[in-house]
Design a protein around this ligand. Structure first.
Ligand SMILES: [Cu+2]
Length: 285
């Protein structure tokens, strides 16, 4: 191993590491401070905030790894370029205990740390909001018993919302008060949809016969996008509208107006329930 190439290798190694360190030292702060605040989703709730933190952390972790590959690649192009007549590959390298150990330890540490951190933010930090945790969430936020229940009903191809504490009215618009814990009870009347309130960091499956609960507390007033995030048929793309986070007083006026507006049709609605099983033939005919 005392060939010329063998003596050169450490110097190349040091150079590659040095270039990589410099680029990493530039890139990581840029990602955290400049790109991070623009990564999705906006921080309209604690849950959305922790999703953005996750995106920032993962980008900040992945970029050094990607940089190492790119630096090595470009360095090899420049310095290990073969000039003159083509010759066969050098002798194969069989095993390098140090490199293998480093590779296994480093990748395992990164993956396990991310798994622990991801599980914590998903279960304990976000209290199961976001994805919805079924009818009986294992992890509930404090004060969940006093959460404002809002039922989200998906059907081909529209979202409607019921407010059981306000006479069970059904509305086509979604509004929630700010700084108030809301329990979205997401369900469907036909096929599987997915209720995605982007800025709130909520994306919960709407499954017929299932009461899928997702908690969220909005941090400020404003609009949020609602989409269906599960391909559910021909007009899937039509299941899009804007929801609103209102200040408490504005919400009270809105719900009072909605109650008056919808009072006439409440008697035609099925009684408020956690799930509904409409007759498909009647719906079709
Ligand atoms: Cu849908």
């Amino acid at each position: 191993m005392t060939t010329i190439a063998g003596e050169r290798m450490p110097r190349h190694g040091v150079r590659i590491i040095a270039i990589w360190l410099v680029l990493t030292a530039i890139a990581v702060p840029l990602i955290v401070l400049v790109l991070g605040p623009h990564l999705p989703p906006p921080r309209m709730s604690a849950e959305a905030g922790s999703q953005r933190d996750a995106n920032t952390l993962m980008t900040a972790l992945l970029v050094p790894i990607a940089l190492l590959v790119v630096v090595y690649f470009v360095y090899s192009f420049v310095f290990f370029r073969q000039s003159g007549e083509a010759i066969l590959d050098g002798p194969p390298i069989k095993g390098h205990a140090g490199a293998q150990l480093l590779w296994i330890v480093l990748t395992s540490a990164i993956v396990l740390a991310l798994a622990v951190w991801g599980s914590y933010t998903l279960i304990a930090g976000a209290h199961g909001a976001g994805g919805g945790q079924g009818p009986d969430p294992a992890s509930k936020p404090t004060g969940y018993r006093n959460a404002l229940p809002v039922q989200v009903i998906g059907q081909q191809w529209e979202w409607t919302f019921r407010y059981p504490t306000y006479g069970g009215i059904e509305t086509r618009d979604l509004a929630i008060p700010d700084h108030t814990l809301v329990a979205f009870h997401v369900t469907s009347l036909d096929v599987t949809h997915s209720f995605w309130a982007y800025e709130l960091g909520v994306k919960a499956d709407a499954v017929p016969g299932v009461d899928n609960i997702a908690y969220v507390k909005a941090r400020h007033t404003g609009l949020f996008q609602i989409r269906c995030a599960e391909l559910c048929g021909l007009w899937h793309g039509h299941m899009s509208k804007k929801g609103r986070v209102l200040a408490s007083g504005a919400f009270q006026s809105w719900i009072a107006a909605a109650k008056t507006k919808n009072a006439a049709i409440v008697k035609y609605l099925p009684k408020y329930n956690r799930v509904y099983f409409p007759a498909p033939l009647r719906r079709a005919g």
